[in-house]
Ligand binder design. Structure first.
Ligand code: ADP
Ligand code: MG
Length: 452
């Protein structure tokens, strides 16, 4: 690949990402090296590297492949010595912050990803509630619940849903002032406004929006003055009946170093979570992506069983799953081969290895004993009093759910118990889970802690 190829690709990207994004994020990139399919670009700051990777990485890779470059992955690094190009826009230098002129006028939001729409969101059991709530908010009209608080682990679709709401609202009422930004950007804006003595403008601007979406709000935990400002903005908008949508990686009560009054306000609306994906949802997402890639890489065949294999083996997060599929298509089109199971195993060896981290029965026992505040030796030991027997059954249930161990194997790890004892324990918890709220909650907490 040459600088020329990159130049061409940049031109293409300018058409797809829009002028502003292009100037802030794509133009400052400097092609560095191509090694074993890994194309490295220099970026002025780490922040920018992360941002570009997260928001434009896939598109850059796709365009490079389309331009004929032998690339399967892209990376963005800060050079040891300063960049040749002088980078003179503020976004590239530090955060995606605006110039003073912008603060005074333009809406303070971050760009929306054109791919994150309701159309492209695959609904399954783990995300159906969050999806329904997002749809409802996307309909506009009187605010049904304020704020809508979406939470869940990394890569489960929070940002996707927020963008989808924004697109939906904007297409219905183009004049609506919909602002989406991350909590991190909110903080940068705030700090910049203080530095440039533009707090009045800042306040006015954020209070003038119709719909405010703040992504990854856990970021402002512990950042006191940002929290304070966020709280005021939040209240001002709620008082005006303006819709607010917030996301975080955990529920409000579990965000440490977040002021109590903010926590309680966040809980006033509707709090819904995105559960970890299940096999069916992952397969559904892959199938949808394949349909898209087919248009992009006509003639590329994918064998039966490959998608099933990926859905089974990559259960961490959807972003990783998508990345795997994308790399597979890029690689297959490069070498002109159909996508077989072997090709997938070869080409994705590193991803597969990384997602292979399996929960062990021992870990489950440890976490469960910590959770119920009993001794590990009691979980394995013979005591049959309820305060110990119940946690033991919970641990057995989780061992059955989260590991591939058989009942006799699990029994052995519980002090040599018989497999029928394990089966009984698993059944008991299954029954309890259905109507015992506390048990259901314990299981959910433990599962999340173990899969984290
Ligand atoms: P989060 O913000 O929760 O970390 P994202 O919304 O960024 O996760 O999602 C990560 C990637 O996975 C995105 O490319 C997104 O489009 C995709 N994704 C997640 N959930 C779904 C889904 N249900 N259907 C389609 N794509 C999804
Ligand atoms: Mg996100």
């Amino acid at each position: 690949m040459t600088e020329d190829t990159w130049g061409q690709v940049q031109d293409e990207l300018q058409k797809t990402v829009g002028t502003n994004n292009y100037r802030n994020w794509i133009e400052p990139l400097e092609f560095s090296t191509l090694n074993n399919g890994l194309a490295t670009f220099f970026v002025p700051t780490n922040f920018m590297g992360n941002w570009v990777s997260r928001n434009f990485g896939d598109q850059i890779l796709q365009q490079l492949v389309q331009a004929g470059a032998k690339v399967t992955r892209v990376a963005f690094d800060v050079p040891k010595s300063p960049l040749k190009k002088s980078v003179n826009n503020s976004a590239a230098r530090s955060a995606p912050a605006a110039t003073p002129a912008k603060i005074a006028g333009e809406l303070p939001g971050a760009p929306l990803d054109a791919r994150f729409t309701f159309d492209s969101f695959v609904v399954g059991k783990p995300n159906e509630l969050a999806h329904a709530a997002a749809r409802r908010v996307g309909e506009g009209g009187p605010t049904a619940f304020n704020p809508l608080f979406l939470y869940g682990g990394v890569g489960l679709g929070k940002t996707h849903l927020m963008h989808a709401i924004a697109w939906e609202l904007q297409s219905k009422s183009p004049d609506l002032r919909v602002v989406y930004l991350s909590a991190e950007q909110f903080m940068y804006r705030f700090v910049q406004a203080i530095r440039e003595k533009q707090m009045m403008d800042f306040k006015q601007l954020f209070r003038s929006v119709d719909v405010l979406m703040v992504d990854d709000v856990q970021f402002i935990a512990g950042k006191d003055s940002t929290q304070e400002e966020f709280f005021h903005t939040f209240n001002a908008l709620v008082d005006q009946n303006k819709q607010i949508i917030i996301s975080a990686d955990r529920p409000p009560v579990e965000i440490k170093d977040l002021e109590e009054r903010i926590k309680s306000r966040l809980q006033c609306g509707l709090v819904v979570d995105l559960h970890p994906t299940d096999y069916e949802l992952r397969l559904g997402i892959l199938q949808q992506k394949v349909d898209r890639y087919r248009q992009q890489y006509p003639g590329l065949e994918i064998n039966d069983g490959v998608l099933e294999f990926l859905s089974q083996r990559i259960s961490t997060n959807v972003r990783v799953l998508e990345g795997a599929l994308m790399r597979l298509f890029a690689f297959a089109s490069l070498v002109g081969r159909e996508i077989t199971l072997e090709l997938a195993q070869d080409c994705l060896a590193d991803i597969l290895r990384a997602s292979d981290r399996k929960v062990t029965v021992e870990e489950i026992q440890r976490k469960v004993s910590e959770h119920y505040n009993i001794r590990l030796s009691d979980i394995i030991g013979p005591r049959r009093v309820r305060v110990i027997a119940r946690p033991r059954q919970v641990a057995m249930y989780l061992a059955k759910q989260l590991t591939t161990r058989s009942l006799p194997e699990i029994g052995r790890r519980f002090g040599g118990r018989d497999h029928t004892t394990v089966m009984h324990g698993v059944r008991r918890i299954e029954e309890l889970k259905a109507h015992d709220h506390q048990i259901a909650e314990d299981l959910e907490l433990l599962r999340r802690a173990l899969e984290a």
